[in-house]
Each structure stands twice: as C-alpha cells, then as structure tokens.
Design a protein around this ligand. Structure first.
Ligand code: C2E
Ligand code: MG
Ligand code: MG
Length: 388
C-alpha cells in the first residue's frame, strides 16, 4: 500500500507496544518491521516460566493484532513471534540471546500458523547443519559433485517422449542428498544462482549430445528453474549463450516454473517468457494447484503445459471418487489450450483414471524413477542393448 502506510502501521504498532511496556517489560524496535520485547518472569521452574510467557505473549498479541486505522481504511496485521526463555545468570552473550530469539522467529515465519515458536536446541542444531551444508554445497557446485538424474515422461501409448532433469548431490560423507534438503538452502543463500547455471549448462549439454543419436534427438528435456534464477536480469542472455555453446535445440527445451514466480512479478515474468519463447523454448507450470495462481495471469502467460501436482494424483482411484481437483485442472488446461502432465503417477489405476479424465502424458515411478543421465540414454537411445 506504499511506504507512507507502512510507516504509519509501524508507528501505531510501536505505540501499542509502548503502552504495554512498564516496569517488567522493555520494548524496542530492532529493524524494519522487527520488534523485541524483554519481559521479566517471576517463576521458580521451567513449566511456570513457560506458562507465564505464553500468557504474556497472548495479551500483547491481542492488542497488536486488533485492526489498524490507516489513512481512513481498516487493516488487519499478522504477527510472527519467536520466543526465548532464559535465565540471566546463564547468558553467554547478548549476541547469543538475539541469535536464538531470531532463530525462533525464523521458525515462526516458516511455519506460518500464527503460533509463537519457542527457541530449542534442535533449531540451533538445524541452523548449524544448514551452515555446514551451505559451505559444502558451495564447493560441490564447482567440484563436480552434482549430477542430473532424468525421469522419463511418457505419452498416451506409454512411449517415452522426454524427461525431467532432477539435480542430485553426491556428498562425500552423507551419500546422496535430496534436492528437497539442499534447494531451500541454495535459495536462501543465493547459491541457487551458480547451481541453476550449472543445471542449465549440463541440461543443454545433454540435449546437444542427444542430437547425435537418432532415438534420443526427438526427446524433450525439462529443467527446473527457481524464482531467483529466473529473475536475474540477464537470465535470457544466459540461456541464449548456453544454447549456442552446447548446440542444444531450443524447441526441445522446457523450463519448469512455479506459481510463486507469477505472484512475485507477473509483468516481468511474462516479458521474459515471451523473449525466451521467441527462441523456441517451451514452459511448464510445475506443482500446479499447490500455489495461488491468478487465473487471469494464467491466460496471458505463454505457457505450454500444466503439471498436475503429485498430491492430486496420489488420491486417484478407479472408483473416480477423489478426482475433482485433477479433473478440474485437466479441464482448465484444455480450455486454455495447454498440455497437461500428471506428476507422481505410481500405479496403472491412476493412469487409467487420468486417461479417462483426458490427461495423456505421465511422469512417475510407474514409468521410471529418476536415473543417472547415462542410464537414461542407454535405456532409450539407439546404442542401448536393452532398448525396447
Ligand atoms: P519437482 O520438480 O516437482 O520434481 C518432482 C519430484 O517428485 C522429484 O523429486 C521426483 O523424484 C519426485 N517423483 C517423481 N515421480 C514420483 C512418484 O511417482 N512418486 C513420488 N513419491 N515422487 C515422485 P526430487 O528429485 O527429490 O526433487 C524435488 C524437488 O526439488 C523438485 O520437485 C524441484 O522442485 C526441486 N529440484 C530438483 N532439481 C532441481 C533443479 O535442478 N533446480 C531447481 N531449481 N529445483 C530442482
Ligand atoms: Mg519439476
Ligand atoms: Mg513438481
């Protein structure tokens, strides 16, 4: 709503906090929209301290979340709370207190359930693990410890028509680490940029290599692209240069984007997509149905495919009871003139139901798990002794 209204909200919130402050409580503004409260508890044991702390937070929150009047309009305000209970005698340093309270706040922001989150040793351990993983990931990107695994995408006759590339990290001590663990860290730390650039190069290199094999050259390859990666000002140039360098045919390359990209900068996204489209690149919307797509934007995007999220495929059974969401997505795709792929297809029954609903392209364990690129090429290429 603009800087003015934001400032006014902070001012009003600050004065509500001041009204609460007194002998036993200090209030301070730390930074931006972050505030700190320091409240003295009169408890002799941990349980009583926790109870008091919760009661206190509840009463402060009740005053803070009550609607705000800003420039003649009424606004609600959502507040995340991180809580740390400490005994003054046991403080190592003020820095440590802030770090721990900050961790609890981070957890509250992550979980987004409106509940105050309390600092605990597990949070600290997780943070330390994340920091170690970040340092190791930084090295892994340059040292060849990443690889792409390919998962087949199949058509109506269950013939392989392409693959999705999924990044894997071979950790020297921990073995294979799943992208579910390290992609969020890469996104938080900015490492997603070199990582994404590596995936783009390696994916295009494979596509270029496939052009020499008559059975692989018509296959499409999908690459996952993170919001931050796509939003780099020179992303289109990066893709153009990589395609050139690897002689990969752009029309065989699909970029998988997520709905969050559309929410953060719809106009910029459409512009970039159009420029990439001119090169011949195709686009799929990943995990469709789990975000909050604006249907109006969906219509104006140069998309080719919607990928039905695994969550809606999982429940499909032959009795057609649990189909409304999958059916709706398929109908929506059809009305927008888009292809649709069902992710996470694990059984023949799911496949049958999807086909009945009008979805004829599938990806999932039923057709093949992600496998190293060389194995995928062996199974599907001309030189394969086991090619079918
Ligand atoms: P995604 O793009 O939605 O990928 C599909 C995920 O579902 C993959 O997990 C895949 O292994 C898994 N999957 C496929 N078929 C089945 C099935 O039949 N059953 C079940 N239970 N799971 C199935 P994976 O490889 O762990 O990747 C997880 C997520 O990590 C991906 O979700 C994607 O969001 C992200 N990711 C993976 N590689 C990259 C990458 O190169 N760049 C970026 N930015 N993100 C990536
Ligand atoms: Mg994907
Ligand atoms: Mg997906």
């Amino acid at each position: 709503m603009g800087q003015d209204i934001g400032d006014e909200l902070l001012r009003q919130l600050g004065s509500r906090l001041q009204q609460q402050a007194g002998k036993q409580m200090y209030a301070a503004r730390l930074d931006g929209n972050e505030f700190a409260l320091c409240h003295t508890l009169n408890a002799t044991d941990q349980t009583a301290a926790e109870q008091q702390a919760h009661q206190h937070i509840e009463s402060v929150l009740a005053s803070l979340v009550a609607d705000y009047q800003l420039h003649g309009h009424t606004y609600p305000c959502k507040i995340n709370v991180g809580m740390l209970i400490f005994c003054p005698r046991e403080i190592e340093s003020v820095g440590q207190l802030f770090k721990r309270a900050g961790l609890a706040l981070l957890e509250a922001k992550r979980q987004r359930d409106g509940e105050p989150k309390r600092f605990c040793a597990v949070l600290e351990q997780k943070l330390e693990e994340d920091i170690t993983l970040e340092r190791e990931l930084r090295l892994a990107i340059d040292s060849g410890a990443l690889s792409l695994h390919l998962q087949p995408q199949v058509g109506a006759q269950h013939e392989v028509i392409g693959a999705e590339a999924l990044v894997r990290w071979h950790h020297p001590q921990q073995g294979m680490i799943s992208p579910g663990r390290f992609i969020p860290i890469a996104e938080q730390t900015g490492l997603i940029l070199p990582l994404g650039a590596w995936v783009l190069k390696e994916g295009c290199r494979l596509l270029g290599e496939w052009q020499h094999d008559t059975r692989l050259r018509d296959l499409k390859l999908s690459l996952n692209v993170s919001v931050r990666q796509f939003q780099q000002p020179d992303f289109v140039e990066q893709v153009t240069t990589t395609l050139h360098a690897t002689a990969a045919p752009p029309e065989r390359l699909t970029l998988e984007l997520t709905e969050s990209l559309l929410m953060s900068d719809p106009e910029g996204t459409i512009d970039k997509m159009l420029r990439l489209r001119q090169l011949g690149i195709r686009f799929a919307l990943d995990d469709f149905g789990t975000g909050y797509s604006s249907l109006a934007y969906l219509k104006s995007l140069p998309l080719d495919t919607l990928k039905i999220d695994i969550a809606f495929v999982k429940d499909l059974t032959l009795d057609m009871q649990a189909t409304p969401i999958a059916a709706t997505i398929i109908a929506l795709a059809e009305s927008l003139g888009l292809d649709v792929i069902a992710e996470g297809t694990e059984t023949a029954d799911q496949c049958t139901v999807l086909a009945r609903l009008g979805c004829h392209v599938y990806q999932g364990y039923y057709f093949g798990k992600p496998a190293p690129a060389a194995e995928f090429a062996r199974r599907n290429g001309a030189s394969s002794p086991t090619a079918s």
